[in-house]
Ligand binder design. Structure first.
Ligand code: TMP
Length: 220
């Protein structure tokens, strides 16, 4: 578990949202903007980000929708997250790097909790044990209508489509879950309308970062 104080470590930013919201594109843009400032940035993702977690990812995101129950998913997501935190995220934050993660624990709250029906008290108990004080400093929630997102995700035609295949009602519940979470913890969350041009979204995300991290507004 990380024992460093918040202000003496790096910065931890998570990108969240439903299917096809364009997170990966925006993550790449933000990472290169931060690197242009001379910052050390670790770009990573969940489920995955470490070799062990990537192996679990393959089990989680492929195959039939019913391959795992939401409870089994939750435990595997947090097993992957635990490894990712130990091997990649905490060491990076401890040496002062910025960590930009494509999905983190709010995807478990949304997909396994709001979408899948795993109880919030259980999720928070697991989160408190696994993530503990390594909570993101900023969570960017990329929000867009479910239908448009699923359409965009389907057009990728990859095999990592297990969650896409869970049906529209599931995706409506998890969208709602992200929005309720952001409203309940407003300080660390920014909801971005992701149903716009890549450039407009990127501009809003940079503004959100500059507000959350005043050190970015100095120079450059
Ligand atoms: P990706 O397509 O954004 O890479 O994410 C992989 C899938 O995993 C996506 O459908 C969301 C899902 N997921 C969960 O259900 N729970 C989690 O905790 C995480 C991190 C992802």
């Amino acid at each position: 578990m990380s024992t460093s104080f918040h202000h003496s470590r790096g910065r931890f930013i998570a990108f969240e949202g439903g299917e096809g919201a364009g997170k990966s594109t925006q993550v790449r843009t933000i990472v290169s903007r931060l690197r242009d400032r001379g910052l050390e940035v670790v770009q990573t993702r969940e489920p995955g980000g470490s070799p062990g977690a990537e192996a679990l990812r393959n089990l989680l995101v492929t195959g039939d929708a019913g391959r795992w129950s939401p409870m089994s998913e939750l435990l595997m997501m947090y097993a992957a997250r635990s490894d990712h935190l130990e091997k990649i995220i905490r060491p990076a934050l401890d040496r002062g790097a910025w960590v930009v993660c494509d999905r983190f624990a709010d995807s478990s709250r949304a997909y396994q909790g709001a979408g899948g029906g795993v109880g919030p008290y259980f999720i928070e108990a697991v989160d408190a044990a696994v993530v503990a004080d390594t909570q993101p400093d900023l969570v960017v929630v990329m929000d867009m209508p479910v239908e448009a997102g699923l359409k965009r995700a389907a057009s990728r035609g990859d095999t990592e489509n297990r969650f896409e295949s869970k049906g529209a009602a599931f995706h409506e519940r998890l969208r709602d879950g992200f929005l309720r979470r952001a409203a309940a913890v407003p300080g660390r969350y920014r909801v971005i309308d992701a149903d716009r041009t890549i450039e407009a979204i990127a501009a809003d995300i940079w503004t959100a970062l500059a507000e959350a991290f005043p050190e970015l507004s100095h120079g450059g």
